[in-house]
Design a protein around this ligand. Structure first.
Ligand code: P5A
Length: 437
C-alpha cells in the first residue's frame, strides 16, 4: 500500500479531548475519529487492527467448539419483557419505537435473542451441547462515556452463549471459554489475569473478569506475581477435563479493589502485585436465569422436559484495541504486537523522485509482497523527519529506510520498532530476514 494513496490523517498536536494515552494515540495515528459522544468512525488503519483482533478471537472461539452466527443489533422489546430485564436494565438501554409504536431497542447484550433462537430450534438433549457466538456492535448509553474506545456507547463485543443439559456439562462449557480466553489474550500479546467477579445485570452465581494490567486502568487490582509469569495453555484438548487448568489459574490470589482482602498484603508480602487494570473480558455462568422464564426446554433422556443451563462469555473487541496500546507504547507512539499490527513493515523512501531510491523501494516492496507481507510504503514527497515520526507513531513492527547514500552502497537500514535497534543490510538480506519473521 502506497502511503500517498492511503487515508491516514495523522496529527502532530495532541488532541485536547483525550485524557489517556491510547485515546490520544488512536486519534494522532489516524485510526479513529469521534462521531458523537462515545461513538466512533474507524478509519483504515484502525479498521485493519480491529480486523486482525477479530480474526484471532474468531479462531480461538472456533477452536473451542463455538459456532459463529450473526444476530440483529435492533431487537424487539418483547423478549426482554419475557426475561424480566426490560424494566431492570434502566437508562443504559437505548429504547426505540418503530412506526407502529412497537418497543424496540439497540441491543446492549444478546442473552434474550439467542435464547429465543435456541428454544425455537433445539428440541432434544441429543442436540446439546451448543455454543453460539457473534462479533457484533452493542450500544449502552453509559452515563459517562470516556477514554475513547475504552468506555464507548457503541462498541464491538464478541459474545458467546452456551447451552447444556446439566450443571456439570455447563461448567465444562464455562471452562472451555475460560481456556479459550487465556489463549486469545496471549496471542494478542497481552497478559490478562482472570479474577473472580460479580455478575451484575447479566446475573448468575459464577463469573470471572479478565484484566489486562495498565497504569491507566479503571480498576485497582491485586494479584500474586506468579500469575504474571504463567504461560497460556498450549495444545488444548477442549473435550478433556479442563478443571485442573482452571484450578491452576484460580488457586493464586487475584482480586479487584472491591474484593481485595487487605490481610493478603501481609500474607503475600513481596509476592503481592498491586496495579491498575482494564477489563477486556467477562464470563458468566447463570444456569436457568433466562432459560426458565423464556421456557428454553429440551426433551431429556427419560422423555421429560429439561430446562437448559446457560452461560455467556464476552470479550470487549474494540476496547482491546485501546488496551493493547495502553500496554504497548512509548514516547514516540504505538508499538504493535506483530499479531495485530495493521501492516507488517513500513518502507520509507527518503528521496522520492530519485531514480535509484525509487527503484530500490519498488524492488523491496514487490519482493516482500510476493512473500505475503503487508507493506506500507511511504512514497510521499515529504521531509525525512515527518516520515520517521509518522512511522514511529503508527507503530509497525519493522521499518526499512531507503536513502541515497545507502542505495549507492547497496544497503538499507532495518529498524525494529519495539527496541529501536537498527542494522544495515543488503536489499536481499533485509527481505530474507523479514520473510522468516
Ligand atoms: C457476556 C457476553 C456481557 O455483556 N453478555 C454477553 C455478557 N458482559 S459484559 O461484561 O457486560 O461485557 C463484556 C465485555 O465488553 C466490554 N465492554 C465495553 N467495551 C467498551 N465500551 C463499553 N461501554 C463496554 N462495556 C463492556 C468489556 O470488555 C466487557 O468485559
Amino acid at each position: 500500500m502506497r502511503l500517498s494513496r492511503f487515508f491516514l490523517p495523522t496529527l502532530k498536536e495532541t488532541p485536547t479531548e483525550a485524557q489517556i494515552v491510547s485515546h490520544r494515540l488512536m486519534l494522532r495515528a489516524g485510526m479513529i475519529r469521534q462521531h458523537a459522544a462515545g461513538i466512533y468512525n474507524w478509519l483504515p488503519l484502525g479498521t485493519r487492527v480491529l480486523q486482525n483482533i477479530i480474526q484471532i478471537v474468531r479462531e480461538e472461539q472456533n477452536a473451542a467448539g463455538a459456532q459463529e452466527i450473526i444476530m440483529p443489533t435492533i431487537q424487539s422489546g418483547d423478549l426482554w419483557k419475557e426475561s424480566g430485564r426490560y424494566d431492570d436494565y434502566g437508562p443504559e438501554m437505548l429504547r426505540i419505537k418503530d412506526r407502529h409504536e412497537r418497543d424496540m431497542l439497540y441491543g446492549p447484550t444478546h442473552e434474550e435473542v439467542v435464547t429465543d433462537i435456541f428454544r425455537n430450534n433445539i428440541k432434544s438433549y441429543r442436540d446439546l451441547p451448543k455454543n453460539l457466538y457473534q462479533i457484533n456492535w452493542k450500544f449502552r448509553d453509559e452515563v459517562r462515556p470516556r477514554f475513547g474506545l475504552m468506555r464507548g456507547r457503541e462498541f464491538l463485543m464478541k459474545d458467546a452463549y452456551s447451552f447444556d443439559i446439566n450443571y456439570e456439562r455447563s461448567k465444562h462449557a464455562y471452562n472451555q471459554m475460560f481456556v479459550a480466553y487465556l489463549r486469545t489474550f496471549a496471542r494478542l500479546g497481552l497478559k490478562a489475569i482472570p479474577m473472580k467477579a460479580d455478575s451484575g445485570p447479566i446475573g448468575g452465581d459464577l463469573s470471572h473478569e479478565f484484566i489486562v494490567l495498565a497504569d491507566t486502568g479503571e480498576s485497582a487490582v491485586f494479584c500474586h506475581k506468579a500469575l504474571l509469569e504463567k504461560p497460556a495453555p498450549s495444545n488444548v484438548d477442549y473435550e478433556a477435563d479442563l478443571q485442573p487448568i482452571i484450578d491452576d489459574w484460580t488457586s493464586l490470589y487475584a482480586a479487584t479493589d472491591d474484593k481485595h482482602d487487605p490481610a493478603m498484603a501481609t500474607t503475600l508480602g513481596g509476592d503481592l502485585v498491586s496495579a491498575r487494570g482494564i477489563e477486556v473480558g467477562h464470563i458468566f455462568h447463570f444456569g436457568k436465569k433466562y432459560s426458565e422464564p423464556m421456557k428454553a426446554n429440551v426433551i431429556g433422556p427419560d422423555g421429560s422436559p429439561v430446562t437448559v443451563m446457560m452461560g455467556s462469555y464476552g470479550i470487549g473487541v474494540s476496547r482491546l484495541v485501546a488496551a493493547i496500546i495502553e500496554a504497548s507504547h512509548d514516547e514516540h507512539g504505538i508499538v504493535w504486537p506483530e499479531s495485530v499490527a495493521p501492516f507488517d513493515i513500513g518502507l520509507i523512501n527518503l528521496k522520492v523522485g530519485d531514480p535509484d531510491c525509487d527503484a530500490a523501494c519498488k524492488k523491496i516492496h514487490d519482493a516482500l509482497c510476493l512473500m505475503h507481507k503487508d507493506v506500507l510504503y511511504d512514497d510521499r514527497d515529504d521531509r525525512a523527519g515527518v516520515k520517521f515520526a509518522d512511522m514511529d507513531l503508527i507503530g509497525l513492527p519493522w521499518q526499512i529506510v531507503v536513502g541515497p547514500k545507502g542505495v549507492a552502497k547497496g544497503v538499507v537500514e532495518l529498524k525494529r520498532r519495539a527496541t529501536g535497534q537498527k542494522e544495515e543490510l543488503s536489499f536481499d538480506a533485509a527481505v530474507a530476514k523479514l520473510t522468516v519473521m
